[in-house]
Design a protein around this ligand. Structure first.
Ligand SMILES: Cc1cc2nc3c(=O)[nH]c(=O)nc-3n(C[C@H](O)[C@H](O)[C@H](O)COP(=O)(O)O)c2cc1C
Length: 367
């Protein structure tokens, strides 16, 4: 019996296996509004065999987008477009559907990766960014404006409003983006947060923005709908968040009613280098699971079926998330199921490609 292909329940959501597709920005929306690229992309990934598909970082206010092409959920147009895409995925795909809600903070107003990935230049319609402190992400980056109490309240309310829209659309799961140097992570990190008020300094103060936002969001997300948080559990940077702080943060989020933590890492400054070794987030994910008792997902160079199987079988995390491997092979879940002797849900139009009806697939797996 494969551990990777065993079911898991998060709040009232039952997932048929432990594979999640990690959120992946497509930088292809129009003023936050998704389009036919997303219809094809998510439609494809909804038939990967993964139990859960998490829609890309979707921003809670226009100025909270990373790039001009980033997705948003701050307008009726954004909501209507995503409603159509999610209805398509539900009708034609097999994965349950989650969404990651985000605010880019000091990493907003950027170029798309294929346009250079730096700060928008003066002739590229840049905008004023906000952050806990007026410290840029790196050289040649915009200097953000330090957020006032009013800004903090507005962004918190923007998260709540976007969550309401996500619930209306009918997402099965909601995840808050507290990783990769974006707004909530930058509040937590002593590298980016030099505030001297109740939002800076001690760990309790640095956690405050994220915990208050989580509390406000939890108040509108029904208990049966899983609500999770993606963290940069390691910063890979001297003077950054410690592993002990990450564990304490996970416990505090759990106390706010958060159902799961996704352990990612890095991204707090432009010169941060994230490791490139397989499963590089596993040690911290294992600690978060063991010491906080919250359900965990782990991401980061998990690419092989046997590797993913071992993560779950050895109890290192409750789920694995994959990004690049899924773009490379959008039937990763099907192929992993064959390799591990498991079953995977398939759209009925594709049933004839399953190993039971197509001997070569089973033969390939044995070879
Ligand atoms: C094209 C692309 C877009 C990404 N966009 C997001 C995003 O929207 N939100 C996020 O939390 N991480 C994002 N990431 C990071 C991935 O979710 C993942 O954490 C990272 O790629 C490591 O996993 P992997 O080794 O399986 O690719 C993105 C990664 C890629 C490759």
């Amino acid at each position: 019996m494969s551990a990777l292909f065993s079911p898991i329940k998060l709040a009232s959501l039952e997932l048929p296996n432990r594979i999640a597709i990690a959120p992946m920005c497509q930088y292809s929306a129009d003023d936050g509004t998704s389009n036919d690229w997303h219809l094809g992309h998510f439609g494809m990934l909804a038939n990967s065999g993964a139990g859960l598909l998490v829609v890309e970082a979707t921003h809670v206010e226009r100025s909270g987008r990373i790039t001009h092409g980033c997705a948003g959920l701050y307008s009726d147009d954004n909501e209507a477009a995503l409603t159509r895409i999610i209805a398509h995925c539900r009708r034609n795909g097999t994965a349950k559907l989650g969404i990651q809600l985000a605010h880019a903070g000091r990493k907003a107003s950027s170029q798309r990766p294929w346009e250079g990935g730096g700060a928008l230049k003066s002739n590229e319609d840049p905008w004023q960014t906000i952050a806990p402190s007026a410290i840029p992400f790196g050289d040649k980056w915009h200097t953000p404006r330090a957020m006032t109490g009013e800004d903090i309240a507005r962004v918190r309310e923007a998260f709540v409003n976007s969550v309401k829209r996500a619930l209306r659309i009918g997402f099965d799961l909601i995840e808050l983006h507290y990783a990769h140097g974006y707004l909530a992570h930058s509040f937590l990190s002593p590298i980016a947060n030099h505030r001297t008020d109740e939002y800076g300094g001690s760990l309790d103060n640095r956690m405050r923005f994220g915990l208050e936002t989580a509390r406000a969001v939890r108040a509108v997300v029904p208990r049966n709908v899983p609500l999770g948080v993606r963290l940069s559990a390691m910063e890979w940077k001297d003077g950054g968040i410690t592993a002990d702080e990450t564990v304490a943060h996970a416990k505090a989020l759990k106390a706010e009613g958060i159902d799961f933590i996704d352990c990612s890492s890095g991204g707090i400054t432009v010169d941060t280098r994230t490791p490139t070794t397989p499963g590089y987030n596993l040690p911290i994910a294992e600690r978060v699971k063991r010491e906080s008792g919250i359900a965990t997902r782990v991401v980061g160079l998990i690419t092989k079926p046997e590797q993913a199987e071992a993560v779950i079988a050895e109890g290192k995390a409750d789920m694995v998330a994959m990004a690049r491997a899924m773009l490379d092979d959008p039937r990763w879940g099907w192929h992993a199921a064959v390799a591990l002797g498991a079953e995977v849900p398939r759209a009925r139009q594709y049933l004839r490609a399953g190993p039971k009806l197509w001997a070569p697939a089973a033969e390939r797996a044995k070879a």
